[in-house]
Ligand binder design. Structure first.
Ligand code: NAD
Ligand code: UGA
Length: 466
């Protein structure tokens, strides 16, 4: 039994988009602590250990540098789950919590089977006193389930003792390292003050005390769901107005700027687009909806469900606009898709609006040439459920490669290189009449227009505007 409760060894279960970067930053900031990140996915662990730092499983600006500095010193990636759990003083659960696809709550509730499996592994292999930290995003009151699983092992062994904390992660992909280094807040929920202090002490290595908020377990769990719901709600709010702008001559860019100038509303998360993607917004709101329904709060659940409805509608709407503008048919036309990741600066494609738009265009008989600076062809194949060998879409290695012989460009992800395109060169490679569909409102519309492009930009009808 480790009576001193000093945190010398941390284990993180789950080497994904959260486990990898968040543990890398802890290792970087706390050189006296040994951090072991474990996963059941051997391939992922092999990539984390690849001597070629460019082969890391996650693309995240600034991550490779930290891994290069800490890996093998106080940061380790392995599949040695049993060993690392048994030696850890503190264990972070950072596993996936996707929406259930079958059974009770399918389509809304979070599937907690990986969390439960982690709790069972901890219950079996941990020794002495262990602080268990929920880092995954979880439905409110999940800590109760984790505690029950852990307590069942207490009965088996008197030497095991656990304390459960909630410490949700707020990083956004693409800016994860910056978000981890300079968080707006660190949220810690729990009951055992001594354990809370141990976790605070870790963050105090780089986070000012005033940014560390402590709450009870349930407030912490719920705050994470609510934070994502609020952010997603802002995006759906601005996206809902894009269609109105397109029919009235108002320009969403101008409207957004006018709204943002009110400090009470704030500047962030009001950029219109093809709808929010990523692994979490939709899943977390649906989970909130499910919980509200569970507690009989129908009005509350339908309120939040609308945020997801608008998001689904936005990508469908854009698909229809593209088809309609291209004379009502895209059959045998070629479209260049610029961007497949759900946002810039990540290779993550989960729930990317590109998936729905591309699938819809393919169904209409269109040929696609897809380019994304960080997403591999294998990943696109997986998301489209369509192998390259079917020759319905092709993988392009550059913007210019993707536009050759195409009828239209659809910009889906806001990568920097799509903001500074050479419209003259592009226009020469495309078929006429050529179209630009700017779903992020990031392109130089005037330049594109000067080089003969027909243009549709989200939230504006260029003819009505003047
Ligand atoms: P991910 O799918 O990238 O990674 C999860 C990893 O856990 C996988 O590699 C999987 O193999 C591993 N795993 C699952 N069960 C395991 C087990 N029993 N033992 C060992 N390894 C196991 O997921 P992610 O994006 O890192 O998200 C993890 C959690 O963090 C989710 O709850 C998510 O909602 C939350 N979150 C994600 C983000 C984000 O930006 N992706 C941000 C904040 C919070
Ligand atoms: C989001 C939250 O921002 C994080 O705080 C949270 O930790 C994380 O979810 C999570 O729990 O997983 P992430 O999904 O990585 O992070 O990225 P965001 O920057 O939030 O973008 C989400 C989606 O919204 C993207 O598709 C993005 O393009 C879109 N978006 C964002 C807009 O369309 N407009 C905006 O103004 C902002």
């Amino acid at each position: 039994m480790k009576l001193d409760r000093e945190i010398k060894k941390i284990c993180c279960i789950g080497a994904g988009y959260v486990g990898g970067p968040s543990m890398a930053v802890i290792a970087h900031k706390c050189p006296e602590i040994i951090v072991n990140v474990v996963d059941i996915n051997e391939e992922r662990i092999a990539s984390w250990n690849d001597p070629d730092i460019k082969a890391l499983p996650i693309y995240e600006p600034g991550l490779a540098e930290i891994i290069a500095e800490c890996r093998g010193k106080n940061l380790y990636f392995s599949t040695e789950i049993k060993k690392q759990i048994s030696q850890a003083d503190m264990i972070f659960i950072s596993v996936n919590t996707p929406t259930k696809t079958r059974g009770i709550g399918a389509g809304k509730a979070s599937d907690l089977k990986w969390v439960e499996a982690s709790a069972r592994q901890i219950s079996e292999y941990a020794s002495g006193f262990t602080i268990v930290v929920e880092k995954s995003t979880l439905p409110v009151r999940t800590a109760q389930t984790i505690k029950q699983i852990l307590q069942s092992s207490n009965k088996q062994s008197k030497n095991k003792k656990f304390s459960v904390l909630s410490n949700p992660e707020f990083l956004a992909e693409g800016t994860a390292i910056n978000d981890l280094n300079y968080p707006d807040r660190v949220l810690i929920g729990g009951e055992d003050q001594e354990s809370i202090k141990k976790l605070i002490d870790i963050y105090l290595h780089w986070v000012p005390r005033k940014k560390i908020i402590t709450t009870n377990l349930w407030s912490s769990e719920l705050s994470k769901l609510l934070s994502n719901a609020f952010l997603a709600q802002r995006i759906s709010s601005i996206n809902s107005v894009t269609a109105l702008c397109e029919t009235t001559g108002a320009d969403i860019k101008e409207v957004a700027e006018a709204i943002k100038s009110d400090h009470r509303i704030g500047k962030d998360f009001l950029d219109p687009g093809p709808g929010f993607g990523g692994s979490c917004f939709k899943k977390d709101i649906l989970n909130l909806v499910y919980i509200c329904d569970h507690y009989g709060l129908k009005q509350v659940s339908s309120y939040w469900e609308k945020v997801v409805d608008i998001n689904n509608w936005q990508s469908e709407r854009i698909l229809n606009v593209i088809i309609e503008k291209l004379f009502g048919t895209v059959s045998d036309k070629t479209i260049s898709i610029l961007g497949f990741a759900f946002k810039a600066n990540t290779n993550d494609t989960r729930e990317s609006p590109a998936i729905k738009i591309c699938r819809g265009l393919l169904e209409e008989g269109c040929k696609l040439k897809i380019y994304d600076p960080k997403v591999s062809s294998q990943q696109i194949e997986k998301e489209l459920c369509m192998p390259l060998t079917e020759k319905k879409w092709s993988f392009a290695n550059s913007i210019i490669d993707s536009v050759k012989g195409s009828d239209a460009i659809v910009v889906i992800t806001e990568w920097q290189e799509f903001k500074d395109m050479d419209w003259e060169s592009l226009s020469k490679k495309m078929r006429s009449p050529s179209w630009l569909f700017d779903t992020r409102s990031i392109c130089d519309i005037e330049e594109a227009k000067n080089h003969g492009f027909n243009i549709w930009r989200i939230g504006a009808d260029l003819n009505l505007m003047n």
